[in-house]
Design a protein around this ligand. Structure first.
Ligand SMILES: Nc1ncnc2c1ncn2[C@@H]1O[C@H](COP(=O)(O)OP(=O)(O)OP(=O)(O)O)[C@@H](O)[C@H]1O
Ligand SMILES: [Mg+2]
Length: 117
């Protein structure tokens, strides 16, 4: 999951920078609720065009040349995260870069969220 997201960032930058950060966040929306670990991968690369944003998690969706990408990286990452009750958020601007946030539920060894009341 992380490899796929970080590799995408590496492919998107040309002598740019990639920042990987970890934080703990409380999320409460219609999809999920609770305390999450948030791993964000931010690059200052090409950015993702508006018309592609809605498709990047689809299997086999790629903007890369034939032979360079299968379009499976993000769909696999998304699938793994959903299996673990996580979510992905994307913010991107053409020419400025992309920030992918992977939210993973905080749980103890028994699978319970110690902070959930
Ligand atoms: N950090 C990013 N910056 C710019 N575009 C991105 C970024 N991450 C994903 N994308 C876009 O999302 C598309 C889908 O990504 P995904 O990882 O699923 O496939 P891929 O990288 O094209 O191929 P694969 O990962 O299978 O080798 C990419 O082709 C690219 O257009
Ligand atoms: Mg990829």
């Amino acid at each position: 999951m992380f490899t796929n997201v970080i590799l995408n960032a590496i492919h998107a930058v040309d002598h740019g920078a990639i920042l990987v950060e970890l934080s703990e966040e409380e999320v409460s929306n219609e999809e999920v609720r609770g305390i999450f670990f948030c791993v964000s991968v931010t690059d200052n690369g090409s950015g993702i065009a508006e018309e592609h944003l809605g498709h990047i998690f689809d299997p086999f969706y790629t903007t890369k040349e034939v032979g360079e990408g299968t379009g499976l990286g993000l769909s696999v990452a998304y699938g793994i995260l959903r299996e673990h009750d996580g979510i992905i958020r994307v913010a991107s601007e053409i020419g400025k870069g992309t920030c992918m946030r992977l939210y993973i539920p905080k749980r103890n060894c028994e699978g319970e969220n110690p902070d959930r009341r």
